[in-house]
Design a protein around this ligand. Structure first.
Ligand SMILES: Nc1ncnc2c1ncn2[C@@H]1O[C@H](COP(=O)(O)OP(=O)(O)OP(=O)(O)O)[C@@H](O)[C@H]1O
Ligand SMILES: [Mg+2]
Length: 446
């Protein structure tokens, strides 16, 4: 009982103290909770601000340059772009061809940094087989303008009156199918005044057709080596020195665009005279991207691949090891420059020993001022100055060096050719096939 009383006393006497302690604890708890909640709120707000700022920054960046998930740049100015074409985008089959959307155009216009569409007026059109049949008068033999490794090219008139070059790809072989896909994918995204424009395509189980802008003067091959491709469609004529310089500059700009402006860079892999096409005023554009490789496939700056391309144009390191870099294109460019300079083909088995392979024959002569003039195409006699000749020969010589690292980049070649072309245009005669090249903007030159 006493103990109980004591306990009671104890109990009673401790009660007021514990009540005070509880009250004190509750106050501090409330304070801690308020501080914690406020800090959490502040942290959330801070995080939100950071996220918003980052988003703002990245949206600015993407509207300036890399505008889509496919990684190809849409630079301002002359180059425009379009989203990658998807062949597998649940298309309807109409008239034997795939149809994507009622407008027949794929890829929405993408705004660039100026808020304008990157590709407002032009789109890659999807044609029906019937449309292309009608355009070529049922693929009439009379409309054949070329016959290459991958297919036959027809001249055609589209329903809106546009004259086009329509390439019907051979049906057999996986290489053709791959080339078709690469060409549609790359050309629907890369646009430059120095590349032949892809107007559209047609694809179904058995038909693969590519529709290109029509280049009225045909290939550079036809004019440099006339026996090969002259017909009623393309009248071949010898090209004068000024025109050859301008073609060399246009081609250099095309490769410069592929190597240095496109992101990721593109290696053409089949740069040669038949893939240089001539338009109005003999402006030159590069065509045929079926063998092209994207720089994103690179390992240690180079791509290891099956050796494809054309004999006489292949860089030695690519031919022997399959290691492909942009410098492989530079070598092929050097071979084309030699063709422009000498009028000779890259490999000519009809010539005597030591003269059959153009590069081996030309290299020692390119650096010998006495012998240099002997190697120039006789059709160019009296049209060039010795200084110009030495400069062009020097460019060709560095491009076809066996050591890839010592070959120049295309930008350097462009910069070396610009003064030559400007100088030549300034003294051009009114009757020449040349025109005032430097004064015209690239988009109006063809
Ligand atoms: N867009 C075009 N406009 C006018 N003619 C063209 C066009 N595209 C091609 N040609 C003509 O058709 C020819 C054959 O072209 P194609 O690309 O099929 O084969 P190639 O270049 O001769 O050989 P490869 O198949 O090895 O590339 C060209 O040399 C050219 O004369
Ligand atoms: Mg070709």
């Amino acid at each position: 009982m006493e103990a109980n009383d004591n306990t009671d006393e104890l109990h009673h006497s401790s009660s007021p103290h514990s009540g005070r302690a509880q009250a004190t604890l509750t106050d501090s708890n409330i304070f801690i909770i308020i501080v914690a909640v406020t800090s959490v709120i502040l942290l959330v707000v801070l995080a939100l601000i950071i996220i918003m700022l980052r988003r703002l920054k990245s949206s600015k960046k993407s509207s300036n340059a890399d505008w889509s998930g496919n990684g190809i740049k849409c630079p301002s100015g002359d180059f425009t772009g379009l989203r990658a074409v998807s062949y597998n985008s649940s298309p309807d089959v109409k008239g034997g061809c795939l149809y994507v959307g009622s407008l027949g155009r794929v890829g929405a216009p993408i705004p660039n940094s100026n808020g304008r569409s990157c590709r407002t007026a032009r789109g890659v059109q999807v044609f029906t087989y019937k449309e292309l049949e009608a355009a070529t008068d049922r693929f009439n033999d009379g409309n054949v303008i070329g016959n290459g490794g991958f297919g036959v090219i027809y001249r055609g008139v589209l329903s809106d009156g546009t004259v086009a070059a329509i390439k019907m790809l051979h049906r057999e072989g996986k290489q053709g199918e791959h080339a078709f896909r690469v060409e549609v994918d790359l050309l629907s995204r890369l646009h430059s005044p120095y590349l032949v424009d892809l107007l559209g395509y047609c694809a179904d189980q058995s038909h693969r057709l590519l529709v290109f802008e029509y280049m009225p003067h045909g290939s550079l091959q036809a004019h440099l080596h006339p026996s090969s491709q002259c017909n009623h469609q393309v009248q071949c004529m010898p090209l004068d020195w000024g025109t050859r310089l301008r073609i060399a500059l246009d081609c250099a700009r095309a490769l410069e665009f592929l190597h240095e402006h496109a992101v990721p860079s593109v290696i053409h892999r089949d740069f040669k005279c038949t893939n240089v096409l001539l338009g109005r005023n003999f402006c030159a554009k590069v065509s045929d991207f079926g063998l092209a490789k994207m720089g994103s496939d690179k390992i240690n700056g180079q791509i290891s691949t099956r050796v494809l391309g054309t004999t006489g144009y292949l860089a030695p390191e690519y031919a022997s090891t399959g290691k492909l870099t942009t410098k492989s294109d530079v070598y092929s460019y050097g071979v084309v420059l030699l063709e422009l300079l000498t009028g000779r083909v890259p490999v000519d088995t009809k010539r005597g020993p030591g003269e059959q392979v153009l590069v081996s024959w030309a290299l020692p002569r390119l650096t010998n001022r006495e012998k240099l003039e002997e190697m120039v195409d006789p059709a160019l006699k009296g049209q060039y100055s010795k200084k110009e000749l030495i400069q062009v020969a020097a460019i060709a010589a560095v491009c076809v060096q066996s050591e890839a690292d010592y070959r120049p980049i295309m930008t350097d070649i462009v910069q070396s050719l610009i003064p030559l072309v400007k100088n030549y245009s300034a003294i051009s005669s009114p009757n020449s096939m040349r025109f005032q090249y430097p004064t015209l903007s690239p988009s109006f030159r063809c």
